[in-house]
Write a protein that binds this ligand. Structure first.
Ligand SMILES: C[S@@+](CC[C@H](N)C(=O)[O-])C[C@H]1O[C@@H](n2cnc3c(N)ncnc32)[C@H](O)[C@@H]1O
Ligand SMILES: Nc1nc2[nH]cc(C(=O)O)c2c(=O)[nH]1
Ligand code: SF4
Ligand SMILES: [Mg+2]
Length: 210
């Protein structure tokens, strides 16, 4: 059980249940290939059956960590941070991003959008899920829509979701990793017919880096 004081710090975003932090190369989407410091915050109840980081789901398994310490680590390594999870928007991210911005760090987030948007972001990557749809206000703030393609029905979902984002939003289809042999050829075909979309591969998995 987390004690009351820690709970209070978490609710203010002064502590966050940190699963892991690592300096790597952004493997997916628009910023693929760029160095960035990743912060993975525990906790998610969206329940994607193919999620590649199910160990993140139970927030209680990840120690409440002082946000200031996380920020100090970021500054040592990088000028760009990617906040991911788990579902990072389950937590208040206003404090961490205000500290990051004070240090001129570029702030990126990977989110399903299923919880209220907090934080100040230079780049929002929205990866919507059918099981818990994004809340409306995030769509027009999204810089990059990244829909995971696990089966054929996901193309229709992708088109529906794209109708909600701004005209300048980058559109990506990313094959679900375990079904990529089957779905990648269909994505290639779709993108050639619908060139406003691009394909995103999980390049870090090919590179064997985190
Ligand atoms: C692990 S999630 C964490 C952030 C947030 N919960 C979300 O889903 O956007 C990070 C990214 O990985 C994607 N992802 C997770 N499992 C995947 C898989 N098996 N194949 C391809 N992409 C996957 C998600 O859709 C998301 O874009
Ligand atoms: N290298 C690398 N790039 C990523 N882009 C999004 C990731 C995520 O899990 O949110 C991820 C990740 O886990 N590793
Ligand atoms: S929303 Fe993200 S972290 Fe949560 S289960 Fe789906 S892919 Fe995994
Ligand atoms: Mg990942």
């Amino acid at each position: 059980m987390i004690n009351e004081e820690i709970q209070k710090q978490i609710s203010k975003g002064k502590m966050l249940p940190l699963m892991e932090e690592f300096y790597t190369i952004q493997g997916e989407g628009f910023h693929t290939g760029k160095a960035a410091y990743f912060i993975r915050i525990g906790g998610c109840d969206v329940g994607c059956h193919w999620c590649d980081v199910k160990e993140s789901w139970n927030a209680n398994l990840h120690p409440p960590t002082n946000t200031d310490n996380i920020v100090n680590n970021v500054i040592k390594y990088a000028n760009t941070v990617v906040v991911t999870g788990g579902e990072p928007l389950m937590w208040s991210l206003d404090f961490i991003t205000s500290q990051l911005k004070k240090n001129n760090i570029r702030t990126h987030i990977e989110t399903s959008g299923a919880y209220q948007l907090s934080g100040e972001w230079d780049w929002i990557c929205l990866s919507p899920k059918k099981t818990k749809l994004p809340l409306e206000p995030i769509y027009l703030k999204t810089n990059e829509l990244k829909v995971i393609i696990y089966n054929k029905n996901d193309f229709k979902f992708a088109v529906e979701q794209a109708s909600k984002v701004s005209d300048t939003c980058e559109l990506y289809l990313q094959p679900e990793w375990s079904n990529k042999e089957k779905m990648t050829p269909l994505i290639v075909d779709f993108v050639m017919k619908n060139p406003q979309w691009k394909i995103s591969l999980q390049t870090h998995k090919y590179l064997n880096i985190p």
